[in-house]
Ligand binder design. Structure first.
Ligand code: HEC
Length: 171
């Protein structure tokens, strides 16, 4: 990284321009400076993207459990109820998972499409639609009526798909 030292002596603006070139030419290959930028919430861009993906994996897993049980001859209600409780809990702060700067330009692997940040209010409406449907699913699951659970599950699944179709890559 010898090349980088020179920049300290350059005027700030020229130095910044060179700094990005320096990152790209470093020995470790392409380096994304944006991935390590700290967001207002204290997480780096990379940490934020990975945190939301981990949350989404959790809800994906809960959803699969419910789906598998609904398909089973005799659904295990306890499993459905536990999984249905996961979704509202894990998506409570979902509207905060996509701060400005955490799109594909960050150089971190993400399926979030740039259009999210051009349509943030519609995106947030879709977050709210999921949260509403998931809260109802949790309530209905506690009631224990499998037909009602299947219907609420389908409605909730529709809110996942509505967002993925528009805002997630390749889905
Ligand atoms: C408001 C939009 C929105 C809603 C609603 C939504 N998702 Fe997603 N989901 C996304 C986006 C955007 C990504 C890509 C995130 C990334 O890669 O940074 C994603 C990614 C995922 C992933 C992949 C995570 C990974 O990296 O492995 C799973 C699984 C997933 N969503 C499941 C669900 C399920 C299940 C629901 C409904 C219960 C749901 N999502 C609802 C926007 C949404």
């Amino acid at each position: 990284m010898k090349r980088c030292k020179i920049q300290i002596m350059l005027p700030v603006i020229a130095g910044l321009a060179l700094l990005s070139a320096c990152g790209q030419n470093s020995d470790t290959g392409p380096v994304s400076e944006t991935a390590s930028v700290e967001l207002p919430n204290g997480m780096t861009v990379k940490e934020q993207i990975e945190a939301r993906q981990a949350q989404l994996k959790k809800i994906g897993k809960a959803f699969k459990t419910i789906n598998d049980q609904l398909k089973a001859g005799t659904p295990d209600l306890a499993q459905i109820q536990a999984a249905a409780a996961v979704v509202p809990k894990e998506t409570a702060d979902m509207a905060d998972w996509f701060p400005e700067g955490t799109g594909p330009d960050a150089g971190v692997k993400t399926e979030a499409l740039p259009i999210i940040w051009e349509s943030k209010s519609d995106f947030n409406d879709k977050v709210a639609a999921l949260q509403d449907a998931a809260a109802k699913l949790e309530t209905v699951a506690q009631g224990g009526n499998v037909t009602e659970i299947a219907s609420a599950f389908q409605t909730t699944g529709g809110t996942c798909k509505a967002c993925h179709d528009k805002y997630r890559l390749d889905d």
